[in-house]
Structure formats: structure tokens, C-alpha cells
Design a protein around this ligand. Structure first.
Ligand code: COI
Length: 368
């Protein structure tokens, strides 16, 4: 369903919140935001109907949505989302990272989930509009940021199984510290053998809630086994690495080659793509191809695989110390973070926080 030009470009109205948090309350939250627990004073909403396309773009007070119990998202999970961050630079300005990539991925997800596409310009404008209202919520210092969550879902009250004719797009934002409670320390990963995340022709490459819902039970297994995340293998042969519950994965070989799984059923990560570019620019060979579980297991045993890390918007770059399964352990859960892992992480965050020049042209200013 394409709707890119119906009402483009959208203009936004603003209804200011009457319950804006006092500065002292906001500052207390920003001092220790955690991840995904606190939300800003406003949100963006844009309506879509089959008859009128995208319309009624607005910044409104943050608050509960009124949904009819028959809203189709509640029954058939026609929903997609994005994850991105706003970073405050030393001069106070507010920036985001490669938003056009998120816009394009949201468009691809929309196509797969039979939802209407929102243009890249309207998507980026929706972020700017929210920051215009809630810029004070972008924390400063350390590696804090304002996590931005655009999402879209079917809100037609109809129980027939077909793509909805009434859809809502929203953007909410949440001040964020580290995704993992331990901060940037190496994590152990649990290998899921009973469950797959997505199959061929399924929705694995779309950023849709169902993929995450199906990861929750294996994720519980991971927690029960002392692991921070779960790793999925391909659903047909259970042989190839796919992705973790909410992030992509890289192996680093001893000759400096980076290897990351290629699959039609995993997410095309913006952070993954950026790591690939940063590594290539440093002269590393990067292989984006099918990767077997044995390559990780045998590689660690032989010394050929020297570092492993996860990456994603929320996780940034997180070192992986070990992979655990029912009857095996690969790596050492107490191993320190890999050197290349941490230096790629540093370069990426230095760009995002404006500490080094943005030679790739990846940043977009949100507050001007
Ligand atoms: C992100 O990294 O932004 C994600 O969407 C992963 C997770 C928090 C769901």
C-alpha cells in the first residue's frame, strides 16, 4: 500500500500539554533515565485513512490512546516501529543519526505489513516537531540520549482479516541511558534451539512487534540461564546465525576481518550498516554472508574468532563474552571487551555526540 504523495508535505498543529513536568522533576529523571521507563510531555500523531491518506498531523500531550476493543492491531498485530536516538552535542544542539535509513526501513516494514508508507520528509519532520516541543528532555553528558520510538498500527474497528483502512502513526520519546542494566560490559548470550525468530518469506526483515513477541519466551530462557540476550538460528536448518532478540551480531577474526550474517529474515540494522562502513574505512575486510554457528564455536576454540559483539540503536555496540547453550559454553563469560569492538563503539558514539567530524554525513540536526 503506497501513500507517499497523498497529502505531502504534512503540516503539524501543536496542542501543548497542561501537565508539563517541572524542571526539577525532569532533571531528576534525566540524571538516571534507565531505558524505556520515562516518557516526555508530548507525542506526535498522524492519522491515515484509505479515503484521505495521511492527515491531521499533530503534536499532542503524551497520554493513553483510546482504542476500540475491535481495533485490528489488537487481534492481528498489524504494527511496525522504529528505534532511533537524539543526541545532545557539547554546544547544546540536538542531532539524530541517519534518520533517512529509519524512514526507508519503516517504509519497507509498512509494505510487508500492508500498512501505508509515510514519506521520508514527513518522517523526519515528525521527529523535528517532537523535539521542538520536548527538546529539554534530551539529556546531556555521558552516553545518554533521547530514545525515539516512531510506530504505526492498524486502528480500524473491524474483525475481518484484511489490511486496515484506518491507521495511526505516532512518535514517543524516552530519555535513555544504557540498554543493558550493567552498562557497557560484556554480556553472555543464550542460544535458542527450540525456537526460531522468523522463517523464509515471513516478517523477519520487518520491524514489527510480532518478531519481538516471538522472542520473549526464548528471552526468558536466556535470563534463566544468566544471559542478557538470545541468539536465533535460521528456521529451516538451525545452522546459520540470524540475529539476537533485538540486535545484529558481528564476529571479529584474528586477521581483523569482520563477519556479520546475511539473511532475508533478519533486520537490516542501521547500526550494523554504520559499523560495516566504519570498519571498511579503517581498511578492515567485512564479510556480509551466511555464517554458521560452527564458525563461531570452532573459531573461538581455534583462536580464529577473537571478538564478538552485538549492535543496534538501543544496544549501540555491546561486547559478547560468551555463547551458552544447554550443553555447551563458547568463550569465557568473564572475558574483557574486545579492543576492536570498543574502538568501533568509540568512533560511532564520537560521531553521534559530535566529538569528531561527521565525515560520512550521517547526522541530521533536529532542533533547527
Ligand atoms: C532498537 O535498537 O532501537 C530496537 O528497536 C531494539 C529493541 C529496543 C527493541
Amino acid at each position: 500500500m503506497t501513500d507517499l504523495d497523498s497529502t505531502f508535505p504534512l503540516t503539524f498543529t501543536l496542542t501543548p500539554s497542561e501537565a508539563v513536568r517541572a524542571e526539577v522533576e525532569r532533571e531528576a529523571i534525566l540524571a538516571d533515565p534507565g531505558f524505556g521507563k520515562h516518557f516526555t510531555d508530548h507525542m506526535v500523531k498522524i492519522d491515515w485513512t484509505l479515503a484521505d491518506g495521511w492527515h491531521d498531523a499533530a503534536v499532542i500531550p503524551y497520554g493513553p490512546l483510546l482504542l476500540d476493543p475491535a481495533a485490528s492491531v489488537l487481534h492481528y498485530a498489524q504494527e511496525i516501529f522504529e528505534g532511533m536516538k537524539a543526541y545532545r552535542h557539547a554546544d547544546g544542539s540536538i542531532w539524530t543519526f541517519r534518520p533517512e535509513k529509519n524512514a526507508e526501513r519503516l517504509q519497507r516494514s509498512a509494505r510487508r505489513l500492508a500498512l501505508p508508507e509515510l514519506s521520508t520528509d514527513d518522517f523526519v519532520e515528525s521527529l523535528k516537531q517532537l523535539i521542538a516541543a520536548d527538546g529539554a528532555w534530551v539529556p546531556e553528558g555521558g552516553e545518554t540520549s533521547l530514545y525515539i520510538r516512531p510506530f504505526m498500527f492498524a486502528n480500524e474497528s473491524f474483525l475481518g482479516v484484511r489490511s486496515a483502512q484506518k491507521v495511526g502513526y505516532y512518535v514517543i520519546a524516552s530519555p535513555a541511558g544504557a540498554y543493558f542494566p550493567g552498562g557497557v560490559t560484556p554480556v553472555s548470550i543464550w542460544l535458542s534451539t527450540d525456537y526460531a525468530r522468523a522463517g523464509r518469506g515471513g516478517t523477519g526483515a520487518a520491524k514489527t512487534g510480532g518478531n519481538y513477541a516471538s522472542s520473549l519466551l526464548p528471552q526468558e530462557e536466556a535470563y534463566a540461564n544468566g544471559c542478557a540476550q538470545v541468539l536465533f538460528l535460521d528456521s529451516s536448518e538451525a545452522k546459520y546465525l540470524e540475529e539476537l532478540g533485538g540486535m545484529n551480531v558481528f564476529l571479529v577474526k584474528k586477521d581483523g576481518t569482520l563477519v556479520t550474517p546475511e539473511s532475508s529474515s533478519i533486520l537490516d540494522g542501521v547500526t550494523r550498516d554504520s559499523i560495516i562502513e566504519l570498519a571498511k574505512a579503517r581498511g578492515h575486510k567485512v564479510e556480509h554472508r551466511k555464517v554458521t554457528l560452527d564458525e563461531w564455536r570452532d573459531g573461538v576454540a581455534s583462536g580464529d574468532v577473537v571478538e564478538v559483539f552485538a549492535c543496534g540503536t538501543a544496544a549501540v555496540v555491546t561486547p559478547i563474552a560468551a555463547l551458552k547453550g544447554d550443553d555447551f559454553l563458547v568463550g569465557d563469560p568473564d572475558a574483557p571487551a574486545g579492543e576492536l569492538t570498543m574502538s568501533l563503539r568509540q568512533e560511532l558514539t564520537d560521531i553521534q555526540y559530535g566529538r569528531i567530524p561527521d565525515v560520512h554525513g550521517w547526522l541530521t540536526r533536529l532542533d533547527a
